[in-house]
Design a protein around this ligand. Structure first.
Ligand code: BGC
Length: 550
């Protein structure tokens, strides 16, 4: 008998302020039914592993029915489960089993666009110009005498134009792939529908949502030209009053979503994927709007002490003004894995539209990834772990071209490989692919490198110096050490190219990003180090340490 009554982990209304949240890219996490694709059965079978790792919550990438034109970010039914991943009953079981283990469950909601196979979009196509069905999306006549030119000059995020023409001559807007038509958030039906979707999952016991493209849902109804030659992602200080990013109208939507979340006795939470200027972020995180947002500034920051210090300061102080905690993240399903990034000459993130295959020193990248993880777990606020980073996985940059699945590969005319290299199915056990990913031994939907035998969860578990053991120890300290559980944070003076800060109870974190070994702060001993100290007891380059007062 399935117990679908929502149970709850620790009754702590503020859990999200300090949580460590593990991102489950479900298609690649674990395959329980043996078809080479990850699923709910696989995830349920590995929940113990996540409890062993010591995270507080999981965030599951979209698991809804979808043609998978963009890995599930093209949703055709927001209230069900993709048949390849399982059933709604299995989802209910997962939620209750996760809760029994003390793990909260966050889903991914995709409100900027649906799939072109969603019933609403199919009805809109059939109903024709001027219909209420079309008003749920952004349909317009084209420019030029015969309307054969797109309504404006916007560029789609995956390459190519942002408009597609329908057989009756009208065009529809899609900021991403043509299979992802944008919704019209000025339409009250759209608002009501998403409020009902939130309630549907909250009623099943889901603890929160990651909001996809939270900065893009509202458009300037005039849809003015941008006059740009390339697609622009909002990162700099230079883009004011953009017609489809970071518009004022978003905040009303988020206020109504917050009221829904707060109407539950054990409050539900939101984390925004919002690529906005850092100075704008507090607007989203006021107490009556969203709880947290991903810190992409931190993810994108090169491993440079000065730059990191600026980002950390800005994150903590900027958000403190509205009472929101900072968040920290090093990798996700859209970016090159950080072991690979940190082994390059330029340790920052390469733009989506660049060929990201750049020479990398993996041993160096791994050493730096260990230091970065210790830094992240020592900072106040909540932290995200992208599946596989705890195993030390690197970006797979040699997936055969004919197997690439990311729409970016097609949309860029086979010039940019896209994001598949960070989405390769996890290695769990054994010496040969699929490394326990699939119960049947079926080939995984993306091929795994042979040398992942050294990176399996099993191999990591057996090695006390592995990435997994570092993550486990750091996560345990983060959860239990009185110096790390509070919000105390203070910079201390340290040599050029290094970071040194104090948390509660005199606990220090030192990170050496300079080219020379540096002494540990006087009167302190290591509690946890990301790599061995040198023979003179100095902290080597690309190494971090948590220290306690003697
Ligand atoms: C998600 C991507 C997705 C895009 C469109 C993003 O920000 O993280 O994986 O392709 O939204 O939904």
């Amino acid at each position: 008998m399935i117990n679908s009554a929502p149970t709850s982990p620790r009754p702590d209304a503020d859990w999200w302020r300090t949580a460590a949240i593990y991102q489950v890219y479900i298609r690649s996490f674990a395959d329980g039914d043996g078809d080479g694709t990850g699923d709910i059965a696989g995830l349920r079978s590995r929940l113990q592993y996540l409890a062993y790792l010591g995270v507080d919550a999981i965030w599951i990438n979209p698991w809804y029915p979808s043609p998978l034109a963009d890995g599930g970010y093209d949703v055709s039914d927001y209230r069900d489960i993709h048949p390849a991943y399982g059933t709604l009953d299995e989802a209910k079981q997962l939620i209750s089993e996760a809760h029994e283990l003390g793990l909260r469950v966050i889903l991914d909601i995709v409100p900027n666009h649906t799939s072109d196979q969603h019933a609403w979009f199919q009805k809109a196509l059939a109903a024709g110009p001027g219909s209420p069905e079309r008003d749920r999306f952004v349909f317009r006549d084209g420019k030029g005498e015969d309307g054969s030119q797109p309504p404006n000059d916007w560029h789609a995020a995956f390459g190519g134009p942002t408009w597609t023409r329908t057989p009756d001559g009208q065009w529809y807007l899609h900021l991403f792939a043509p299979e992802q038509p944008d919704l019209n958030w000025d339409n009250p039906e759209v608002r009501a529908e998403f409020e009902s979707i939130l309630r549907f999952w909250f009623d099943l016991g889901v603890d929160g949502f990651r909001i996809d493209v939270a900065h893009g849902m509202v458009k300037d109804p005039a849809l003015p030209d941008l006059g740009l030659t390339e697609f622009s992602v909002l990162t700099g200080e230079d883009q004011q009053d953009h017609p489809h990013w970071d518009r004022e109208g978003l905040h009303d939507i988020f206020r109504s979503w917050r009221a829904i979340a707060d109407s539950y006795p054990d409050p539900r939470v939101f984390v925004a994927e919002a690529h906005v200027r850092p100075s704008r972020m507090p607007e989203y995180l006021r107490p009556d709007q969203l709880h947290t947002a991903f810190n992409f500034d931190f993810l994108k920051c090169p491993l440079d002490a000065g730059k990191l210090r600026e980002v950390i300061d800005r994150s903590i102080t900027g958000l403190a003004a509205v009472g929101a905690p900072a968040t920290w993240v090093l990798s996700n399903h859209d970016e090159t894995r950080h072991v690979t990034r940190y082994g390059r000459a330029d340790t920052g993130v390469q733009a989506l539209f660049r060929d990201r295959t750049i020479p990398t020193d993996r041993a160096l990248g791994t050493r730096r990834a260990r230091a970065a993880a210790l830094l992240m777990f020592a900072l106040p606020g909540s932290a995200y772990v992208y599946q596989g980073e705890e195993l030390g996985l690197y970006e797979v940059e040699d997936i055969p071209e004919e197997l690439l699945q990311d729409p970016i590969w097609e949309r860029t005319g086979h010039t940019v490989r896209g994001r598949d290299g960070c989405r390769v199915p996890l290695p769990w056990t054994g010496d040969t692919p699929p490394f326990g990913f699939s119960t049947s031994g079926a080939p995984p939907w993306l091929p795994q490198p042979e040398d992942w035998k050294e990176y399996t969860a099993e191999a990591n578990q057996a090695d006390p110096t592995s990435m997994l053991q570092l993550y486990r120890t750091a996560l345990r300290l983060r959860r239990t050490h009185p110096g790390l559980t509070g919000e105390v944070f203070r910079w201390l003076d340290s040599p050029e190219g290094t970071l040194l800060f104090e948390r509660g109870e005199g606990l220090l974190c030192a990170v050496n990003l300079s080219a020379r070994p540096v002494p540990l702060p006087a009167g302190h001993s290591p509690l946890l180090v990301s790599g061995p100290l040198d023979k003179d007891g100095l902290l080597p380059p690309d190494t971090a340490a948590l220290l306690y007062r003697d």
